[in-house]
Design a binder for this molecule. Structure first.
Ligand SMILES: Nc1ncnc2c1ncn2[C@@H]1O[C@H](COP(=O)(O)OP(=O)(O)OP(=O)(O)O)[C@@H](O)[C@H]1O
Ligand SMILES: *[C@@H]1O[C@H](CO)[C@@H](O)[C@H](O)[C@H]1NC(C)=O
Ligand SMILES: *[C@@H]1O[C@H](CO)[C@@H](O)[C@H](O)[C@H]1NC(C)=O
Ligand SMILES: *[C@@H]1O[C@H](CO)[C@@H](O)[C@H](O)[C@H]1NC(C)=O
Ligand SMILES: *[C@@H]1O[C@H](CO)[C@@H](O)[C@H](O)[C@H]1NC(C)=O
Ligand SMILES: *[C@@H]1O[C@H](CO)[C@@H](O)[C@H](O)[C@H]1NC(C)=O
Ligand SMILES: *[C@@H]1O[C@H](CO)[C@@H](O)[C@H](O)[C@H]1NC(C)=O
Ligand SMILES: *[C@@H]1O[C@H](CO)[C@@H](O)[C@H](O)[C@H]1NC(C)=O
Ligand SMILES: *[C@@H]1O[C@H](CO)[C@@H](O)[C@H](O)[C@H]1NC(C)=O
Length: 643
């Protein structure tokens, strides 16, 4: 062996060791650094993977998913006597979204948790970390820094671009708009989490002061002195003797790519310095046409025969599509881009609107089940025909606005597609169908027991309260009824069918429009004035309560052909002292008498002929939760003489 060869050999050996140390861990795993993740041993699930350039890619273009990447070896941050040691974490991330800036979902989080198993966690606003039932439970032993790109009011989010410190709950202990303070001038600069990366993060915990500081800055800028968010909370009460460190990300009704470029950790010491020049690069901005681009790349080497046959196929497809739908797109729709679906996708999703995919027919059109081509998201597509051009602009603006509503008791509206004379509304698909099917045992469904019914009632009350009071705008549903209540996979009840609701700003006068709704659920004043208000929704909700408790339609036609109004019948029985005889006989007497009385009386109070006698939805929830006693009611207060 010549000396040059020897030198080369050692150089090679040196390089290999250097490369290994770049991603390996200290002796007892108290310090580590990843400058890129090539060859890293991480525990991953969902769509998380390490791509060849060394980027750790969490979620991608799949709706309603969660992904995790976790350092496989647990870390003993908590000592044997329970005190947590000081630690420091740093990482660099980038979020890329197809739509420019505004719509991205749902964000990601750095976490320290006692487990690597997040199978029971939910995507979207739960970030793949927690679920509805365990959010806020102290036994989660979860510490997380969230980078949240969707505003969710249930979780008290401040905006759709914030950083928060979460302890056992996704309702952050402390959060602030993403940004940083300049060391010299002290001025605050906003940073956009989406399409604004790469961004570096520092998380520091000092066990003497029990303070956690989180600081962020664009990659390349030194750590600003003033932290963005800071919390004093002794983490000894949070961590168990075994802690896993990792990242979780989630998508919801829209998607984003979440990338981690580098990551370091130090126990009782500052996190090792991340050299920005060693990090992999973020991919360029995502444009909406990766598929067309790859086709263009493939095309040249393939023969012209293929080209011709593709052209023929496209022409045939277009012709076929045109036969069924003349898609309409107008200039003002451009800003609704992300909410606008291509007819072709919906056509494919529902297998050409085949009867096999038909799940129901409503007053306004047919509803089809479908699976969207790329995302595999299950959707319900409602075809509504309309004839006037007038009002369509306002209508679509509403659809888009309603699409931004997110609540666990509301059926999410993903978007729309517009054809000549026809509108297609795309909703989240509800596995368990509509409530009326369960209530009236269609298709041999077992009847719902009382506990299920009571939960459904409370669910719908929260959904309606959210529409009325907790969102930026007052939303009047206008068509609260059993067939518009849908049951999801987790048997939560959700209020659906916003096809009819109209929006109005808080405080401004309520619009007057034609009366819409369903006979039997329409408030009397609505028939006279045509003015829908939150109180006319409360009326519909009252009838819904009676329907669920009694298991009967609001208006029945008996064998002699005369009409029987459910509410009148309940009042009559109350007067006769046989109030509970009105309860659904399918329950066979198995119900909680106190709850049943609350529901029946509240049903009557909400469907009171005089609007001012009705409670608002906040009060309704208090009555249902038993926090506030129902006022004493007298039969004399109820008169249903108004038609
Ligand atoms: N998001 C959904 N997921 C699953 N099934 C749905 C969904 N939306 C509607 N359906 C089904 O389609 C049926 C028809 O729904 P639709 O809302 O059009 O009619 P409706 O509520 O009966 O009447 P109306 O149009 O007067 O409100 C429902 O009863 C339900 O079974
Ligand atoms: C990855 O880490 C786990 C846990 O420490 C270990 O069991 C596994 O063997 C490692 N895999 C590789 C390829 O190093
Ligand atoms: C726990 O142990 C560490 C050292 O092992 C010590 O510094 C610390 O003071 C102890 N804390 C308590 C509450 O005893
Ligand atoms: C994760 O936890 C769930 C229950 O929450 C359990 O069913 C599943 O087997 C666990 N998975 C692993 C890999 O331990
Ligand atoms: C918190 O979780 C534990 C274990 O999962 C459970 O036993 C307990 O009831 C939960 N507490 C609350 C308030 O939900
Ligand atoms: C930063 O963003 C927040 C919320 O979007 C906004 O209220 C604030 O005015 C912005 N600050 C600056 C300096 O632009
Ligand atoms: C957090 O920031 C404050 C203000 O700059 C500083 O005084 C404190 O030492 C910091 N704490 C940690 C744990 O870094
Ligand atoms: C915490 O306090 C101990 C002594 O009480 C001191 O030695 C140590 O430097 C302090 N740590 C920090 C991060 O201030
Ligand atoms: C952690 O504590 C639990 C009980 O609290 C014990 O069963 C387990 O062995 C401990 N694990 C380690 C690594 O010390």
């Amino acid at each position: 062996m010549t000396s040059t060869k020897l030198i080369l050999f050692f150089l090679l050996l040196f390089l290999i060791t250097l490369n290994l140390s770049a991603s390996s861990t200290g002796g007892d795993h108290e310090r580590f650094i990843y400058s890129g993740f090539t060859g890293a041993n991480l525990t991953m699930d969902g769509s998380a993977k390490i791509i060849p350039t060394g980027l750790l890619a969490l979620t991608k273009d799949i709706y309603q998913t969660k992904s995790h990447a976790i350092d496989p070896d647990p870390i003993r941050i908590s000592q044997s006597n329970g005190t947590v040691r000081s630690f420091s974490v740093s990482f660099v991330f980038g979020i890329l979204s197809r739509s420019s800036g505004s719509r991205s979902s749902h964000g990601f989080a750095f976490f320290i948790a006692p487990t690597k198993n997040f199978s029971s966690a939910l995507p979207s606003q739960y970030m793949g970390l927690l679920n509805i039932a365990n959010n806020g439970n102290l036994s989660n032993h979860l510490f997380a820094i969230e980078f949240d790109t969707v505003r969710n009011l249930e979780l008290s989010d401040i905006n759709d671009n914030h950083v928060g410190i979460d302890i056992n709950s996704l309702n952050s202990e402390q959060s602030y708009y993403a940004g940083f303070y300049d060391d010299k001038s002290g001025t605050f600069t906003n940073l956009s989490l989406t399409n604004g990366g790469p961004i570096q993060v520092w998380v520091e915990y000092d066990r003497n002061t029990t303070q956690t500081n989180v600081t962020i800055a664009p990659l390349g800028i030194a750590k600003p002195m003033r932290p963005l968010v800071s919390v004093t909370h002794d983490l000894s009460t949070v961590f168990t003797n075994q802690s896993y460190l990792g990242f979780s990300s989630a998508t919801g009704a829209t998607t984003s790519h979440h990338y981690i470029l580098g990551w370091s950790f130090g126990m009782n010491s500052p996190a090792p310095f991340i050299d920005s020049t060693k990090l992999p690069k973020l991919p360029g901005p995502l444009d909406s046409g990766p598929r067309t681009r790859s086709i263009l790349l493939i095309l040249p080497p393939i023969g012209s025969i293929l080209l011709v046959s593709i052209a023929v196929m496209v022409v045939v497809l277009l012709a076929r599509r045109n036969l069924r739908c003349k898609e309409v797109r107008e200039d003002w729709e451009v800003e609704y881009g992300p909410r606008r679906f291509a007819y072709q996708d919906l056509y494919r999703a529902t297998r050409g609107f085949k009867n096999k995919n038909l799940v129901g027919i409503g007053g306004f059109g047919k509803v089809y089940k479908g699976v969207l081509p790329i995302s595999k998201l299950q959707v319900a597509v409602k075809r509504v025909s309309y004839d006037s051009k007038q009002g369509i602009k306002e209508f679509i603006a509403e659809v888009v606005s309603i699409g931004n509503l997110q609540h666990r008791n509301i059926v999410q509206l993903f978007g729309y597609c517009r054809c000549k004379g026809e509108l297609l509304l795309v909703y989240d698909y509800m596995e368990n169908g509509s409530l009326d099917k369960h209530l009236y045992n269609f298709e041999g469904q077992p009847t719902l027991d009382w506990a299920q019914r009571f939960k459904i009632i409370k669910d719908i009350a929260s959904g309606l309260l959210y529409l009325h009071e907790d969102w930026d705008k007052v939303v009047i549903h206008r068509d609260v009824k059993a067939s518009n209540v849908l049951i999801d996979k987790e048997t939560n009840a959700r209020l659906g069918d916003f096809g009819l609701s109209r929006l109005c700003d808080h405080g401004s006068n309520l619009h007057t429009t034609n009366v819409v709704g369903t006979i039997g659920y329409l408030a009397p004043e609505l028939i006279h004035t045509g003015k829908a208000t939150t109180l006319s929704d409360v009326f519909g909700f009252g009838i819904f309560l009676l329907e669920v408790a009694c298991g009967q339609k609001p208006i029945k036609i008996n064998s002699e052909g005369s009409h029987l109004v459910l509410a009148d019948w309940v009042v009559e029985n109350w007067h006769k002292g046989s109030f509970l005889d009105t309860m659904d006989t399918r329950l066979q007497g198995n119900y909680n008498i106190d709850e049943a009385c609350i529901v029946l009386k509240l049903g009557l109070l909400c469907s009171h002929p005089f609007p001012n006698a009705r409670p608002n939805m906040r009060q309704v929830l208090q009555y249902l939760d038993g926090n506030v006693k129902l006022p004493e009611l007298h039969r004399a207060h109820f008169s249903y003489e108004i038609n």
